[in-house]
Every structure is written in structure tokens, then in C-alpha cells.
Design a protein around this ligand. Sequence first.
Ligand code: PHE
Length: 350
Amino acid sequence: MEQLIASWSGEVVISAFDADSGAWIFIAIHDTTLGPAVGGCRIRVYPKPRDALLDAMRLAEGMTAKWACIGFPLGGGKSVLAIPGVPEAECRGRLLRRLGRIVASLRGLYACGPDLGTTPEDMAVIQEETEYVHGWDREHGKPVDPGPFTALGVFVGIRAAAQRVFGSSELAGRRVLVQGVGDVGVPLAGMLADAGAEVLLSDLIADRARSLGHELGASTVPAGAVYTTPCDVYAPCAVGATVNAEVVPSLQCRIVAGSANNQLDRPDDAEGLHARGILYAPDYVVNAGGAISLPMLREGRTVEAVRDRVARIGQTLGEIFDEAAAAGESPLLAADRRVRSVLEQARRSR
Ligand code: PHE
């Protein structure tokens, strides 16, 4: 872990061990040039605490890029609770409160919200300890679910990608494989089905995919066959790093666009996709809908205003695709350049 921290480009790492639950708590604050850090809290079992810290760091970097790309005055941060196994409800509550107290002690430097493994109900627990939480409407005492907004962003992103690859954003008849039938995968599959796409569903919990498939008239794909199933669009909406050196050569799709954070195992995998003629929608751009929705809803903006703002992800992606095509490079390089230029400009004007 010393090595990880020493070689990280971020600002601060906060770590704690929760003896009660046996969980490690990490908060990674990557870059606060644009504003205080905001990013979700992930709860997961990791092989080693080091893997959890690395995940927090990489996810925090992704949040810096996400806020910069959408032009929000916020910085990149993320928290990870590395649990040894699924805790019982009371123990989970105590762990979340512990995180809440640590967040409170930062006095606004970092605010958390829902992410993989956490729910808006978890945010309700955290907000008893700190006001720096997204995903819970304090005034009305009810959850705010970013999932459908993330899904909308991915949906418009897929359309923008289809426009580039097929010359039309029309999704009727297009085959879209949604990997991960969760908070984002479910609403995304619904929108795709409504648009007339042929939806394929896959989930590690096969029953989940099957029952939604039933509802939507979509077929299911076994988890092991996701990377070899022919489709127009592969939409990773589960864990990260599914696009890696092993998978890239076998993919049978034309577009990769989904909601998962850190979809690429290494930045080089974007080159691998580019070389194979697969258009990659950079994850932190196409999945920014949730990040757009949480601060806006917290400020009391209407759902319509949020949806309008989320829909602009399509234009942003279109610009990034154009820039990449003009330079003959992968869209990730074009998106990364955008992020760097936003941050550099902010640093200069400080
Ligand atoms: N976890 C989601 C993301 O990474 C949504 C989120 C954004 C949660 C910002 C909290 C804060 O985009």
C-alpha cells in the first residue's frame, strides 16, 4: 500500500480499519482543482485491502474526469468499504455510520453518494452523521435514485455512437447486449426495448436477467458468453475492467458504451478497441448521467431540467468522436485531452 500511495497522482488518501465489521475504509481524493470532491461509496469484498485502495484511487480519478467533462465545479473522490463478507444489517449500519463520521470530519472536502453495492437507503444512514451525502432527499426523507439518469445518459450515448458507426442514431433492430441487470441495466434495457432494439441481457445472477428478459421480451446470454456474442453494441453495466487484453480480440461488437466505471483494464485497451474498429464511448463521459443528476436534484432542480442536461451527454460524446476521428485516435485520448485542458485552464485562472 505504501507503494500505491507513493505513486498516486491524487491529493489525499484517508484510511481506517473498522474492527467491529472487519472492513477497511478508504477515501481517495484525487483532484479538487474544480471544487470539493464528490463521488460514490462502493461496498465490496476484495481479495486484499490493497485492491480496495487501488479501486478507490482509480474510481476517484474517474470522478475527476467526469466532473471536468460535464463542466461541474466539483472534484474527484470516491470511498470504498472493503468488507470481509456480507455483513448483517446492524453491522452494516454501524459501518456506514463510521464512514459518515469520517466524511463529517472532512467538513465538505468530500461528499459521498451511492455506487456499486450501496443503495439510497444506505445514504439515509450516512446522512444521520453528515450532511455531505448525495442520493438522499433530507427535506422529504426519501431516496434519490441516480440509476435512471445514468441509464438515460448511456442511452443517448449509444445513439450518438450509432450515428458515428452506422450513420444513423436509430436503434430499432440494433442488437444491444446489456451486461449487468442492476440499478442502471434495468432502466437502460427498458429504454432500448422501447426504442425497438433487440436487447440481450446478461447477469452473474442468471435469474435476474431471465426475469427481466421475460418482461421485455429480451433473450439472455450466459455470463461466460458476453465477450463472444455477436452484437452491435456491448453495454458494460456491471463491474469494471471487463475490457481487457484477453477480451478485446474476441469482442464481436461495433460499439462499447455502458455505465460501468473503469471499463478498461488499462488505458491501452482503448487502442486495442480502436485498432479493431470498435468505437469506444469513454466511460466517464457516457456514464455521467448519475453524477449530473445528484447535485442538480440536491439543489432542487426539476427532473425535466436534469433530463435535459443529461441528454447533452450525446452532444459531448459526438464532439469527442469527431475530434478522435479527425486525429485518427481513440476517443479516450480525445476525452482525456478535454479533461486536461479543463483542469489546466482552471489552475491558470486561480
Ligand atoms: N456512483 C455514480 C458515479 O460514479 C453516481 C454518483 C455520482 C454518486 C456522484 C455520487 C456522486 O457516477
